[in-house]
Design a binder for this molecule. Structure first.
Ligand code: SF4
Length: 65
């Protein structure tokens, strides 16, 4: 199953927790210095869900694609 990832970059504090927990999906955009998803739709993996749960700003939304 695939998921769509939406990051509220206004609330993102650039802590990189999501990048550490799920580097196959998240990276820091060097220009914006905010998290972004590598792709609009990604596999709904456990690390993806864990990254969203661990985001201190709760700014990662995941929905079925
Ligand atoms: S875990 Fe949340 S606050 Fe931290 S970089 Fe990722 S999206 Fe931003």
């Amino acid at each position: 199953m695939n998921c769509r990832v939406n990051i509220d970059t206004y609330r993102c504090n650039s802590c990189e927790t999501c990048v550490v927990v799920c580097p196959e999906v998240f990276r820091i955009n060097p220009a914006l210095e905010k998290a972004e998803s590598i792709s609009d739709t990604v596999a709904c993996s456990e690390p993806l869900k864990r990254a969203a749960a661990m985001c201190p700003e709760k700014c990662i939304a995941i929905e079925p694609a």
